[in-house]
Design a protein around this ligand. Structure first.
Ligand SMILES: Nc1ncnc2c1ncn2[C@@H]1O[C@H](COP(=O)(O)OP(=O)(O)O)[C@@H](O)[C@H]1O
Ligand SMILES: [Mg+2]
Length: 327
């Protein structure tokens, strides 16, 4: 790629760049490159026929048309589908993944995800950033036929991670509570960090909790159902397959708060253990699933302390226990 987005550029130089480009990558970089849409907009401004006087109009309108064609190629250049969620398909995009909704009607959910991920990584620091995918860029994709614009998100691609749904189906008899212990702890850390940033996840479900078995890593994905900046919010949608997992007041159209995230996290963990659930952990879980929302735990950090106490009583001091998912 031979143009520096930050250097000054004349309209004539922009036209020359477009003429010289042998493909979209020459102008926009590789798939998923974070500056691509900025580059496109910059070149489009410089070559737009309206921004030119009488001089060079023919050259600029040719360049403008060619630019549009290359931009469409850049956006359309998707490899094979790598994953499929409830609303979106995933494609490789450089080092990241393009998450593209199948219906434009779900664009608002994609916008929610982009807003939440921006807030979760706000300030760029921080010790909890490993618990959330990073938003590389929001990417608008125009359907060449209908002209409809879909709101995609390019996010970091997690290698070696598996969802709790996969873990559960690989271990039909239930997962040993000593393995569930680190997942539960990390899930509460993720929720503690999200809630502190003012974000409710809204869909803490097995497909959205990805774990790295070897490294005991955990990442909470799918922020499409989230709400930012409010302690309680009406969820934009629920995941129909899990209708009976949600707290009753949320299904009745009530607002979901931090306790609802903790509730769903608890459901994930009890489901994961299945019948291999020790009585003390079952009792701990019941305390998170109380009918009255105001009596439920709201503070994931404090709940983590309480979980640690239960785990210590059950298993003694914490030790690293290797975990592997059977093939
Ligand atoms: N960053 C990621 N890296 C790797 N796989 C992912 C990533 N995000 C999601 N996935 C995979 O895609 C599946 C669906 O993701 P999700 O965000 O829930 O999509 P949807 O919003 O369409 O439901 C996840 O269960 C997981 O298997
Ligand atoms: Mg999902």
């Amino acid at each position: 790629m031979d143009f520096d987005i930050n250097a000054s550029l004349t309209p004539d130089a922009a036209i020359r760049l477009i003429e010289a480009a042998s493909g979209p990558a020459d102008l926009f970089g590789s798939q998923g490159s974070p500056d691509a849409s900025r580059r496109y907009r910059r070149l489009a401004r410089l070559t737009h026929p309206d921004t030119h006087g009488s001089s060079g109009t023919a050259g600029s309108s040719w360049a403008f048309a060619r630019l549009a064609e290359l931009w469409a190629q850049h956006q359309g250049a998707r490899g094979p589908r790598l994953a499929r969620g409830d609303i979106a398909n995933f494609y490789a995009a450089g080092a990241g993944l393009l998450k593209l909704p199948r219906e434009v009607a779900d664009n608002d959910l994609m916008d929610r995800e982009a807003a939440a991920l921006a807030l979760l990584h706000h300030g760029g620091n921080d010790r909890f950033s490993a618990y959330f995918p990073r938003l590389i860029q929001a990417q608008r994709v125009r359907d060449p036929r209908s002209g409809a614009q879909r709101h995609g998100n390019v996010i970091t691609r997690l290698a070696g991670f598996r969802s709790l749904a996969e873990v559960r189906s690989a271990l039909g008899g239930g997962v040993d509570a000593r393995d569930v212990a680190w997942m539960w702890r990390r899930l509460l850390v993720a929720l503690g960090a999200a809630h502190r940033a003012g974000v409710i996840h809204g869909a803490v479900l097995p497909e959205h909790v990805l774990i790295h078995p070897g490294e005991h890593g955990l990442v909470l994905v799918d922020w499409c159902y989230s709400a930012c900046g409010t302690p309680r919010a009406a969820l934009p949608a629920i995941v129909g397959r899990y209708r009976d997992w949600y707290p009753h007041e949320v299904l009745a159209g009530g607002r979901a708060g931090r306790d609802a995230d903790i509730w769903l996290a608890t459901r994930c963990m009890t489901e994961l253990m299945g019948r291999r659930r020790p009585a003390r952990l079952a009792a701990f879980a019941r305390g998170c699933l109380l009918a009255n929302p105001s009596r439920r735990p709201h503070d994931a950090w404090q709940l983590l302390t309480e979980l640690d106490e239960v785990l210590e009583l059950l298993y003694g001091p914490r030790t690293f226990r290797p975990f592997a998912i059977p093939a």
